[in-house]
Design a protein around this ligand. Sequence first.
Ligand SMILES: Nc1ncnc2c1ncn2[C@@H]1O[C@H](COP(=O)(O)OP(=O)(O)OP(=O)(O)O)[C@@H](O)[C@H]1O
Length: 336
Amino acid sequence: MLFVPDADGGRGDWRQFRDWLVRQQLCGFRRLSPGDRWHLVHCPGGECRDLGHRAPGTSLAALAPVREEAVMLSVRVEGVSFAHGAQTVLRDIHLAARPGEFVCLLGPSGCGKSTLLRLLAGLERPDRGRILVDGRPIKGPGLDRAVVFQDYSLFPWLSAGENVLMAVRQAFPDRSRAFHHETARAHLARVHLEDAFDKMPAQLSGGMRQRAAIARALAQDAPVLLMDEPFGALDAVTRTVLQDQLLELWQGEGQEEPQRKTVFFVTHDVEEALLLATTVVVMGTRPGTIKGVFAIDLPRPRVRRSLYPTVTFQTQRQALVDLLHQGLPLDADRAA
Ligand SMILES: Nc1ncnc2c1ncn2[C@@H]1O[C@H](COP(=O)(O)OP(=O)(O)OP(=O)(O)O)[C@@H](O)[C@H]1O
């Protein structure tokens, strides 16, 4: 399942090839009608041309001259490098995500996952390269991107409900007070916190705080959701419950990917990445670079009890673990 394009440009399984082309910003994709096969769409000068269905093994050579803007890209990271003082943290990162893609950034501690997320959030600025959201270069934090961190995601001086209300007011400044309250309550109910509107963050458990933080992020109504190890500080049981709830919320937004939010989710947990992601980006360290990109074709809805024992899951898990440990002073077999 691992697909790292070879030097002469990507042969292999069609879906992997398709995803790779999108990531290289050579093409965009769309369904021409519901239930249709995916078609490759090439947009010279903004005018879309349907290149039809491409068979497995299509050579990139035939498409190599196609370098125009890709359609349907939600987020694009173009040649981003970043340093903290003399320490280069990220070097020449290229990434692209379609609307509704769930991208897990997976990598060892210190490889720059959180830094990349902070750059996507606009909390840091790249030293080189740029990041585009919906085709526009970002210049700082914006309402088009909601962020959930491992901690500190709620304002401690506001109740859970007021935290969510604040986001609703920002997203819908022209709507009525009643609408704001109703929407905030509805978002809390989506994460099963209907009774916590008046509770202060300090009165909530870690899992409840993160659910409230997710409710606040969803209330922002942003097309892009950035999550930095949101369940990292939680116990194993709460973590699995929240993973499932996050999947439900994300999938509940629509049957087709473009109707869902584009999610970037930082984790160092391989199983979490496989459970959640449509795409896993594996990062390497010193300095942070991208080692490989996996398109995760596991069926949805993903139910861990039936998914984990399958050969496909185990094979993909092992491939990710091997790639993660490549070049690290660890024995991959023992680490698995
Ligand atoms: N504010 C800072 N000042 C200086 N160096 C920093 C700062 N923040 C992060 N770094 C360094 O940048 C590198 C990448 O850090 P980052 O937190 O992005 O990694 P990470 O992959 O998210 O790690 P982890 O999984 O442990 O959270 C690390 O070497 C870290 O020490």
